[in-house]
Ligand binder design. Structure first.
Ligand code: ADP
Ligand code: MG
Length: 307
């Protein structure tokens, strides 16, 4: 079996491009460009919790990085570097090769360098990636920026990943679950346009709720306006997936109605659906979801690991 160091060298050591020091020393050494702020985030995937034992390694490599790039996008930051801490029950070369291929394919698409990490033996496969991005000073997108009167927008479609979890046999939905596409370009382009943003990892109701709490505002969302894949048959499952299903990694953001033209043009330019689904209201941080008749719907809140 490969030693820990051979394993790191073989699967995770790629030449640094912009890092002063990447994999191989005690720390990575990074030099941010002048005038930029660093956005730093970490997200963990645990076997049995975030993915089933035996999950396909290439998509795991993709998803472990994707969920972190999604957080950077939600802050308006351009991704630059990543660190990978991984606990492996076994050092299986086929598994490691496929995992690394999935991770580096996404990393290369977004110009991200893997600059370090930690590799250990562990009882459960556990993957924690730390991602570092850059954003010009003063323009990062906060959860706290929403203002009364703002439109609420979402990217892409919601509910597909949760449908894929409930019905793995629906291939298009399973793909949404296993290969989420972080909205990196959108996040960067929303600088100066959006007042607030968050990525949808735990469901629209819960994650938009975080914007409301942080911004101390309320919101009304029209259920019928939320874009969703045309794959649902059961309306109850559809409602739960669209409103409360996690793992879509779309962005929800708020912007002044004066930005509508700009946002529609951006949607066309990026080839990414952007849809206004409601508005921010003055008052307590409460979300009302209205059905087609304008009646408030009952909603399940987002996922909570300890609830
Ligand atoms: P240390 O003893 O200082 O923690 P390690 O022996 O754990 O160093 O790691 C050696 C080098 O390999 C370090 O530069 C570390 O950042 C890097 N590294 C370890 N594991 C990974 C990994 N899974 N992916 C990328 N780099 C890694
Ligand atoms: Mg170490």
């Amino acid at each position: 079996m490969a030693s820990e160091f051979e394993l790191i060298r073989r699967y995770f050591d790629r030449p640094a491009r912009t890092a002063l020091v990447g994999v191989g020393d005690d720390c990575a050494l990074l030099r941010p460009d002048a005038g930029l702020e660093l956005a730093v985030t970490t997200d963990m995937l645990v076997e049995g919790r975030h993915f089933a034992p035996g999950a396909e390694p290439r998509s795991l490599g993709h998803k472990a990085l994707a969920v972190n790039l999604s957080d950077l996008a939600a802050m308006g930051a351009a991704p630059r570097w990543a660190l990978l801490a991984i606990a492996l029950p076994a050092a299986d070369p086929d598994w490691l090769g496929a995992f690394a291929a999935g991770l580096f394919a996404l990393a290369e698409r977004h110009g991200v360098e893997l600059v370090g990490g930690d590799t250990t033996h562990g009882p459960l496969l556990t993957i924690a990636i730390t991602a570092i991005g850059e954003v010009p000073a003063g323009v990062a997108l906060y959860r706290a920026g929403a203002q009364a009167g703002d439109d609420i927008w979402v990217s892409g479609e919601l509910g597909g990943a949760a449908l894929g979890l409930a019905h793995p046999e629906i291939a298009a939905a399973a793909k949404r679950l296993h290969l989420p596409e972080p909205r990196v370009e959108l996040g960067e382009r929303l600088r100066g346009i959006a007042h607030a943003a968050i990525d949808i990892s735990d469901g629209l109701v819960g994650d938009l709720g975080h914007i409301l709490e942080r911004s101390q505002v309320g919101a009304v969302v029209h259920y019928g306006r939320i874009p969703r894949p045309e794959l649902f048959e059961d309306p109850d499952l559809e409602r739960d997936c669209v409103l409360s299903g996690g793992d879509d990694y779309e962005l929800v953001f708020t912007a002044d109605p004066g930005q509508r033209k700009e946002i529609e043009a951006l949607s066309t330019e990026l080839g990414l659906r952007l849809t206004a689904i409601g508005s921010i209201q003055k008052g307590a941080p409460k979300l009302q979801v209205l059905d087609a008749k304008g009646k408030p719907m009952r909603t399940k809140s987002g996922f909570d690991h300890f609830a």
